[in-house]
Write a protein that binds this ligand. Sequence first.
Ligand code: MN
Length: 405
Amino acid sequence: MAIRLILKNTLYSNPPIHQLKRRIAILGSTGSIGTQALEVITSNPDLFEVEVLTAYNSYETLVKQALTFLPNAVVIGNKDSYGFVRDALSATDIKVYAGSEAIAQIVEMDTIDIVLTAMVGFSGLIPTINAIKAKKTIALANKETLVVAGELITELALQHKVPIIPVDSEHSAIFQCLVGEKSPIEKIILTASGGPFRQHTLDQLKRVTCTDALNHPNWCMGSKITIDSATMMNKGLEIIEAKWLFSLNPSQIDVIVHPQSIIHSLVQFEDGSLKAQLGLPDMRLPIQYALSFPHRIKSDFPRFNFSNYPTLTFEEPDTKRFRNLALAKEALVKGGNAPCILNAANEIAVDSFLKEKIGFLQMSDIIEKVIARSIFILKPSIEDYSLTDEQTRILTQNVIKEHQS
Ligand code: MN
């Protein structure tokens, strides 16, 4: 029960919330999670302090954020933008670094208490590993880290007694339901909105455009995760994420489509009791909880009102129309580097869909082909993960070219 140990470490080792300011490093500060985390920090200046900000490409936003929050250091991932960021911040004391290696290293700074991992995709892996080794509390928003290398990450966290607090709303819901519980989990139920195409036929799905897919009904998120929500790959990745966070077997993880996104997920205990966490869909809440855990702090977020939601509905997910969900489950059961292959193939497929190179349903076709053609490794090392990721990206590009010709 990895999470219980992690939870216990955190519950007894953290000082009261008002005693010390928590110094936060935000990896991916210009993205959707990053900017909402900065909102939370702005609303709670007595509790939180920005120590480090990093971004990959958005150098102008990074500079604006740095001038507002005056962190100790910033890192711009794309080295081409280093000069711009350095010059723009030259009148301040803020240290400026560039490159992926610098992002991976900055998390070790001894003035950081919490690392919020909010970058996109596989790029989260190495910085998260380094942050755990440096004994930083992880507020995990980059689910791909656990999808790709869940076994390695959870083992490392246990070994270094580092708490991993989920930011993903479903996993935060489950985490909140587990606080105070000592008994085993019978199963968890992840809720899914079903995305914008929940009721589309296969024929309609074939004609879905990128603009349609970027228009999510409930959640406002970055483009990668919005497409993942529309294909339900997001839920597939979340099943894998949940397995590692809460030490579950694949058979203990269910998915139910709940289009209103009010119930954020549920835990079922061995006596049959179900606990759920509810609220309006607002990512600031799970972000704030991850930063303030084990405390809750006052917020002015809009409150849920039952009269606005006279009906909450539920339906089984359809893996015939949303095949990514089935592909993710297969990868989870298979284990080894299979989820890493799934993730890399998906990142390339989503990118190609966003660039209008392939259609909506082709994303699943391509991922399935790539998985079938990849080399399976049952016990991958960290080098194996990097190599699998690299090779899968190349293979996926080739499969996409075949589809186009
Ligand atoms: Mn989620």
